[in-house]
Design a binder for this molecule. Structure first.
Ligand code: ATP
Length: 235
């Protein structure tokens, strides 16, 4: 079943056209990766889905209904975004950051069990739960941002470049956890410059080039595609 359906989306920043008429979908239970070079329009697409940028035209539907425009309503509808560069709240502890992820929820008991779930995935966050989030390493901040998104219990998680700036060991760990998140029933839309790993864990993928989708297929098909290999996988 289609969970997210993006149709003929156009987004501009003033005179700059960042996304030109793209259409794609994400089915329930999938990991879908959107890959592309710097400036291809990946972040713009994600920010538009999460309501932080208004599109010029196009439709975005979620679970068969038109997505609301207000970002907090989009979170309530079941979409949470892990933004590029993490954006954790400095000055708040790890635990307080996780609480922020659950701010629209009222199911106290289930929130408590979701903390345990986050701590199972990221034991280091449990150890550091009372520490100022600003003192975490880059990889730990990425984990916190993902944990915070999990606290919203999303149906769809949007991940913007989760591997950026991380050491190889952390990258492996983050992608392992993304797969687990999928196995627990959360659908994932992932954007990445690290195309090889992003396609390896994806059910399907799309290639974005200067605001257009130029290719799509299963993760495997794209990994084996000569043009994708040449442009994104180092030959
Ligand atoms: P990256 O991986 O480098 O973040 P991206 O694929 O996510 O790239 P976007 O950030 O979506 O690409 O940018 C798409 C285009 O829109 C680029 O040409 C970029 O310069 C432009 N752009 C992005 N944000 C703005 C902005 N706030 N104002 C003007 N132009 C912007």
């Amino acid at each position: 079943m289609t969970l997210l359906d993006v149709s003929d989306l156009n987004v501009s920043y003033g005179a700059i056209k960042a996304v030109t008429g793209i259409s794609f979908h994400v089915d329930e239970g999938e990991i879908v990766s959107l890959i592309g070079a710097n400036g291809a329009g990946k972040s713009t697409t994600l920010l538009t889905i999460s309501g932080l940028i208004k599109p010029e035209s196009g439709t975005i539907s979620f679970s068969g209904e038109q997505l609301p425009r207000d970002p907090s309503k989009i979170v309530s509808a079941g979409i949470s975004q892990v933004p590029e560069g993490r954006h954790i709240f400095p000055g708040l502890t790890v635990l307080e950051n996780l609480q922020m992820g659950a701010f629209l929820r009222h199911d106290r008991d289930e929130i408590r069990s979701d903390y345990d779930r986050v701590f199972d995935h990221f034991p280091v966050l449990k150890q550091r739960r009372n520490q100022d989030a600003a003192t975490l390493s880059g990889g730990e901040q990425q984990m916190l941002a993902m944990g915070r998104a999990m606290m919203a219990r999303p149906k769809l998680m949007l991940l913007d470049e989760p591997s950026m700036g991380l050491a190889p060991l952390f990258i492996k760990e983050i992608f392992r956890i993304i797969k687990q998140i999928k196995e627990e029933g959360t659908t994932v839309l992932l954007i990445e410059q690290n195309a090889r790993t992003a396609l390896a864990i994806a059910d399907r993928g799309y290639v974005l080039e200067t605001g257009n989708i130029t290719m799509s297929g299963t993760g495997k098909e794209l990994l084996n595609d000569p043009a994708v290999k040449k442009a994104y996988l180092g030959g």
